[in-house]
Design a protein around this ligand. Structure first.
Ligand SMILES: Cc1cc2nc3c(=O)[nH]c(=O)nc-3n(C[C@H](O)[C@H](O)[C@H](O)COP(=O)(O)OP(=O)(O)OC[C@H]3O[C@@H](n4cnc5c(N)ncnc54)[C@H](O)[C@@H]3O)c2cc1C
Length: 378
């Protein structure tokens, strides 16, 4: 019998790793992927759902359609990993034995951790994006505040990107002159990456989007309609959009595989768990201080898959390790976008916003289903 490989999480990273391990081990391993919903969700599309430019149905596909025929899919929630027994316990009561385990459970959004924040809008979940679009459609004048209620969060440029898309949306509706957009950043610049912040800040100013730095959202008063920062500043709003605090999944916390927020410590090159040699973690679930993004999950998945396949085949570890590569698009509105690329050894670079990057992002969003889950680079 071949090695048993179990992958928990059928998102970007988990799906790629499952498909690649099955392909590269050529029948010498049995790969099982466990996903809580069985539905694969393309999260970057939430931004467009929130402004009515994408339909929710276009962002979801059954996970079974994205897997190779020789990968087994179990639709169930993993509740605990018993690392000593090499066992994954599922909600249904089923148990899965593994030789090699990959944690690819992504992250949870926790708006409830923000005092008074539960009524705030967000574009970090599909339900949140749909609710935000309904609110924007009913919005005719006033101040929209976009804030960040905790670091780290998925896709660091997303709040800036959403501010630009919102500006386009309000202009298209002819109500931009009756509205204000205020973007609150936890840092002294638009977002984490300095070079790209320098590039986008003049464009924010040109579009009349007010940027306030050092505003880490701490609490919301939904009656007074104010948001207060850790730094002690208070700002009024008519419509509040928050990036919710994030943390790792409950299964990570219950299994004591991560830190106090459920992020899993791994070797930043091999993605192997810091203490447990048969466990890998990839994507949002790791504690590596790098963008929580689909591109990182993708690059990491290819590395973890090659390492697992080599172990199954009794070969030496592959020479190629994860080098910290990140590649993201950032919409700057009015039909233009830029990109952000870097790795552990090279600082971020972003070209001047251009139409071709906007179209490249649109093309990537549409072709995602046919390239990324299979581990192909588009
Ligand atoms: C608004 C928005 C915009 C974004 N834009 C970009 C972008 O432009 N570019 C980019 O690269 N990234 C972007 N991202 C980030 C990207 O979507 C995530 O970083 C990426 O999906 C992470 O992949 P993952 O495999 O780690 O986790 P996910 O894709 O989140 O998958 C996790 C999977 O684990 C499953 N799961 C969780 N817990 C359990 C459990 N206990 N048992 C079984 N299954 C479980 C879930 O059902 C899910 O299928 C964006 C995200 C958002 C929200």
């Amino acid at each position: 019998m071949g090695a048993e490989i179990v992958v928990i999480g059928g998102g970007v990273g988990g799906t790629i790793v499952a498909n690649l391990v099955a392909k590269q081990t050529q029948g010498r391993a049995h790969v099982t992927i466990v996903d809580a919903t069985g539905i694969h969700v393309y999260q970057p599309g939430f931004l467009y759902v929130a402004i009515g430019l994408e339909q929710p149905a276009a962002l979801q596909r059954p996970e079974s359609q994205l897997l190779r025929h020789d990968v087994s899919l179990v639709i169930d929630g993993a509740t605990r990993v018993d690392a000593a027994a090499h066992m994954v316990l599922l909600e249904s009561g089923r148990r899965l034995q593994y030789d090699h385990l990959v944690l690819a459970t992504g992250s949870r959004t926790m708006m409830g951790e923000v005092p008074g924040g539960l009524g705030a809008y967000d574009f970090y979940t599909l339900a949140g994006a749909k609710r935000l679009f309904a609110a924007l459609e009913a919005f005719n004048k006033g101040t929209i505040v976009i804030g960040v209620a905790g670091i780290p969060y998925k896709c660091p440029p997303a709040p800036v990107e959403f501010a630009f898309l919102l500006d386009d949306y309000l202009r298209a509706r002819g109500i931009r002159d009756k509205t204000e957009i205020k973007l609150l950043s936890p840092l002294n610049r638009a977002f984490t990456i300095e070079a790209t912040s320098k590039l986008v800040q003049p464009i924010l100013a040109e579009r009349g989007i007010e940027l306030t730095g050092f505003f880490n959202v701490e609490s919301v008063d939904p009656v007074a309609k104010t948001v207060t920062s850790l730094e002690g500043e208070t700002m009024g709003y008519d419509l509040l959009i928050l990036v919710p605090p994030h943390r790792g999944q409950q299964v990570i916390e219950s299994s004591r595989l991560g830190d106090e927020r459920g992020w899993v410590p791994v070797d930043k090159n091999t993605l192997k768990h810091a203490q447990l040699p048969d466990i890998w973690a990839i994507g949002d679930t790791t504690s590596i201080p790098i963008s929580k993004s689909g591109s990182v999950a993708h690059y990491e998945a290819t590395v973890a898959a090659a390492e697992i396949a080599a172990e199954v085949k009794g070969e030496a570890p592959p020479a190629h390790v994860y080098d910290g590569k990140v590649m993201c698009f950032l919409e700057t509105g009015q039909g233009k976008a830029t990109t952000i690329r870097f790795d552990y050894d090279h600082p971020p670079v972003s070209p001047s916003p251009a139409r071709r990057w906007h179209w490249a992002k649109a093309l990537f969003n549409k072709t995602y289903w046919h390239t990324v889950p299979q581990g192909r680079l588009p």
